[in-house]
Design a protein around this ligand. Structure first.
Ligand code: NAP
Ligand code: G4F
Length: 365
């Protein structure tokens, strides 16, 4: 069995590579040329005998054709398209590049497979819950809380709120078209937010846990002062100070944007297993992967700071409008009934497990 993975250097690409190597796959990772090393997350597999790193860019069809010609033949080949400009806020600043990579890149991959007559290849597309945007269905009345619960599933309409989400919608429809028009075994996983210690440092969960890790290290370096249990002695809008006139150094507070948005956060390793399960089905299809729970950024902050014994996170965080987005997705909460019933997939990690994993990794607890 062989798998070609675009986006192999990213969070999901690295987890999927680990999973498929464990299963005995030959893995061909596709990575674009960058002037600084981008292989940190896959450095542990670079010398694996079943791993090959190929240079390629999803926006450059000729590189995909070369890779497919070299690696696309053979009976069981899977192609996981995880490559994307995946940062939603950045997509407002670089909408054209986001479109070329996240949208048109998917057409490049699908069309190359068809043109080379490699239709036996099973294709996975990394679709996103961002495609739902501000759309959700009211379906469940919770008898315990008396609330009507809102969620998104495979039948919820798309109402994208960013250039990223629009590019993902176009790619999603392209996958459906190639499935129907050419009979490709092409599936799309509509994945809700999934995180972990390998998450990019500018996504909100990792930004928080990384800050906590750095703060703990700084705090430990100030041990003599902190032994008295004093911080925030000279409170400042942007810095945390210790109550020590001899120590004028402060630690910069954590700067975040909208704290009210809700996300359905799961653990990335669980979700890459779901991707693989989709391609093992006899028929291609689209599936939502999510936990079914939703939490605000405030709740994530609360849980993450509590984990290192800090109960008043508000004293450490500055809300900075530079991190607001021109349009926001306020609420994401998925329903994973189809994935549970058809794939037998379920998330193995809870919200609390995820927070613990991330904080402990960044704070080296
Ligand atoms: P990520 O960490 O940002 O990784 C994105 C990957 O795409 C990186 O390896 C990046 O390479 C690569 N890439 C970017 N532009 C490329 C190009 N032009 N050609 C080839 N490769 C390119 O994202 P992730 O969190 O692993 O997510 C994986 C996929 O799932 C993405 O498509 C994302 O949009 C989608 N998704 C993610 C989530 C989530 O919560 N994580 C949820 C739903 C969907 P460099 O190392 O060179 O930058
Ligand atoms: O962590 P985020 O940047 O993730 P977002 O926008 O939900 O997108 C992620 O999940 C999608 C799946 O739903 C993927 F398709 C996508 O590729 C990506 O992986 O932001 C989460 C929320 C937003 O509401 C944002 O406004 O956190 C809010 N937020 C508040 N302060 C912040 C910040 N987000 C970031 N990145 N940085 C902040 O300082």
């Amino acid at each position: 069995m062989k798998a070609i993975i675009t986006g192999v250097t990213g969070q999901d690409g690295s987890h999927l590579t680990d999973l498929l190597l464990e299963k005995g796959y030959e893995v061909v990772g596709v990575s674009r040329r960058t002037s600084t090393d981008n292989t940190e997350r896959i450095k542990h597999v670079l010398d694996h005998p079943n791993f090959t790193l190929e240079s390629g860019d999803i926006a450059d069809s000729s590189s995909l054709v070369r890779i497919l010609e070299n690696h696309g033949h053979g009976l069981q080949v899977e192609f996981y398209n995880l490559a994307a400009q995946s940062h939603v806020a950045e997509s407002f600043k670089q909408p054209g590049v986001t479109w070329d990579i996240t949208g048109k890149g998917v057409l490049n991959a699908l069309q190359s497979i068809v043109d080379l007559d490699l239709k036996h290849i099973r294709f996975y597309q990394a679709s996103s819950s961002e495609m739902f945007g501000s759309s959700f269905d009211y379906k469940t009345y919770n008898v315990h809380t008396g609330e009507i619960e809102q969620y998104q599933d495979e039948d919820t309409k798309f109402l994208p709120q960013s250039p990223y989400a629009i590019a993902k919608c176009a790619a999603h429809y392209m996958v459906r078209l190639f499935r129907e028009a050419y009979g490709l075994h092409a599936s799309a996983g509509i994945l809700f937010n999934h995180e972990g210690p390998r998450r990019g440092e500018t996504f909100v969960t990792r930004k928080i846990t990384k800050w906590i890790g750095e703060f703990i290290k700084w705090k430990n370096s100030q041990q003599g002062v902190f032994a008295q249990g004093q911080i925030g002695g000279r409170d400042h809008e942007n810095y945390i100070y210790v109550e020590d006139p001899l120590n004028p150094e402060g630690f910069p507070k954590l700067r975040l944007g909208n704290l009210e948005a809700s996300r359905d956060w799961g653990y990335a390793g669980d979700y890459t297993e779901g991707m693989w399960m989709m391609l093992q089905q006899s028929q291609p299809d689209d599936y939502v992967l999510c936990t079914g729970e939703t939490h605000t950024i405030r709740q994530f902050l609360n849980a993450a700071f509590k984990h290192v014994g800090i109960n008043n996170w508000e004293n450490y965080v500055v809300v900075d409008p530079q991190f607001y987005r021109p349009a926001e997705v306020d609420y994401l909460r998925g329903k994973n009934t189809k994935a549970k019933e058809k794939l037998g997939w379920e998330p193995k990690h809870s919200f609390e497990d995820l927070v613990k994993k991330m904080v402990e990794s960044d704070a080296q607890l």
